[in-house]
Write a protein that binds this ligand. Structure first.
Ligand SMILES: Nc1nc2c(c(=O)[nH]1)N[C@H]1C(S)=C(S)[C@@H](COP(=O)(O)O)O[C@H]1N2
Ligand SMILES: [Mo]
Length: 436
């Protein structure tokens, strides 16, 4: 865990149909439905990306097939990548132990207390020690009137590649904080999850109180999350309750939540700061490939696909640039800003969302989706992972390098505007392939 690496790319094996052809066709049909059977569906025009699809009959079947094989938009809970500390990892404990230590909905309890070292004036505290802890029944009571849902990609600042994409449901954290009736000296909250009662294993994160009490611009609230894609949050994903911070990297979204401390401390005190991470860095926008053939035939069109993480700066374009080995690279152009980039097609919202959603419907209401129709209110949606594809017309034989990048809504191309690795991955990906 927590290792530094680029984003995975898988070389597709170019038309290979190994294994059972029937099975392949079945799977193929299924995934194709996710992304392609839209022309007659009528959803496209509603949000104004009709032009992308207007020339649909002219689209290459090569491109359509590559799009059809893309992963689904939402990730099944069990298929998220897991980034968990702990020996043993809390989600691997036996059920009896989970019961004992409060890692089930029936036994969950939360401390919400003033920081002894930087005290806050509160009228009320919730304390496990004093038998007044906040419990799951209390959370469900708040959920009746305050529950919210939003779509968000979970991404580790250190790993860089998205871990999974979900619809997260929970109660805004501020609702629980208001129950303590804070009066003064509240500047920050910090929080941690169950850590085998070993201080060495504690993994803590923190937020300025302002972010908890108010949602800047159109961001969803910071939540105490108990459901993912419509199902109870699994133990591996941090259940029964985890924090989810919409615009932040994963380390702010503490799993197996057990302690919430209201503090007058004036600065961040996250465990993740210890490894030189920039803990105030919101999610970045970047692109990566999902499928690039390793070898292609000369003068034959082929498709490449990928995804873009849409960070707080939004996404206006995904672009690719194919550079032949030996050709001159632009001089003194560190981020290849002047290279001959060409636009790829950013796919509209899928027909099927995936992720195991009941009836394949985004539950209503969900932040960012129309409360009547369930359609996304903007696309590509911020804080999500979207997909792109590009048909490359034939190339002459040789070795090539494919780069992909995003351009955000302010016109910054990757790795800008925040190119520093410890504030999150944004380097331009480089994939080699050969034309024979
Ligand atoms: N209690 C606890 N919460 C945690 C972690 C952890 O190790 N312990 N890892 C964090 C990190 S670094 C990331 S990137 C995300 C990963 O979430 P996931 O495992 O649901 O994909 O969880 C965060 N929450
Ligand atoms: Mo992480």
């Amino acid at each position: 865990m927590d290792m530094l690496r680029g984003c995975n790319t898988f070389h597709s094996s170019g038309g290979e149909m190994s294994g059972s052809t029937d099975l392949f066709l079945m799977e193929h049909r299924e995934v194709t439905r996710r992304w392609l059977l839209r022309a007659g569906v009528g959803g496209i025009a509603v949000f104004g990306v009709g032009s992308l699809w207007a020339d649909e009959p002219l689209r290459s079947s090569v491109l359509d097939e590559a799009i059809g094989n893309l992963e689904s938009f939402l990730t099944l809970q069990d298929e998220f990548e897991d980034v968990s500390r702990g020996t043993p990892k809390p989600h691997s404990l036996p059920d009896e132990t989970k019961q004992e230590v409060g890692l089930t909905r029936e036994t969950w309890s939360l401390d919400v207390v003033s920081d002894p070292e930087h005290p806050v004036k509160l009228r009320k505290e919730f304390s496990v020690e004093q038998g007044t802890a906040f419990d799951f029944a209390g959370l469900m009571e708040l959920a009746e009137t305050h529950a919210v849902r939003f779509a968000k990609v979970m991404t580790c600042l250190n790993i860089g590649c998205p871990l999974g994409m979900g619809i997260w449901e929970g109660v805004p954290l501020r609702e629980v904080i208001w129950l303590t009736q804070p009066k003064a000296d509240l500047r920050r909250v910090f929080y941690n999850g169950y850590h085998n009662d070993d201080p060495e294993q504690m993994f803590r994160s923190s937020l300025p109180i302002g972010r908890v009490l108010e949602d800047p611009f159109d961001l969803p609230p910071v939540i105490l999350c108990y459901k993912l894609n419509g199902d109870w949050l699994t133990s591996e994903r941090g259940g029964p309750v985890r924090v989810v911070v919409p615009e932040a990297y994963g380390f702010k979204s503490i799993k197996w939540l057990s302690h919430m401390v209201l503090s007058n401390i004036a600065h961040a005190n996250d465990t993740y700061a210890e490894k030189n991470n920039d803990v105030d860095s919101p999610l970045k926008t970047f692109a990566a490939t999902l499928s690039v053939p390793k070898k292609v035939e000369a003068n034959t069109p082929f498709a490449v696909t990928g995804y873009a993480q849409v960070g707080i700066s939004g996404l206006s374009k995904v672009q690719v640039w194919i550079h032949k080995e030996g050709d001159e690279l632009p001089a003194s152009d560190r981020y290849y800003a002047a290279a001959p980039w060409v636009d790829a097609e950013v796919l509209p919202r899928p027909v099927e969302w995936g992720g195991g959603l009941a009836d394949n419907r985004i539950p209503v209401p969900t932040h960012g989706f129309d409360p009547q129709t369930g359609e996304p209110q903007s696309w590509p949606m911020r804080l999500a992972k979207v997909h792109w594809a590009k048909l490359i017309s034939g190339l002459e034989p040789g070795k090539y390098m494919l780069r992909s990048r995003t351009v955000d809504e302010q016109g910054h191309s990757q790795p800008m505007p925040r190119p520093f690795r410890k504030s999150g991955h944004s380097a331009i990906e480089l994939i080699e392939f050969e034309v024979t």
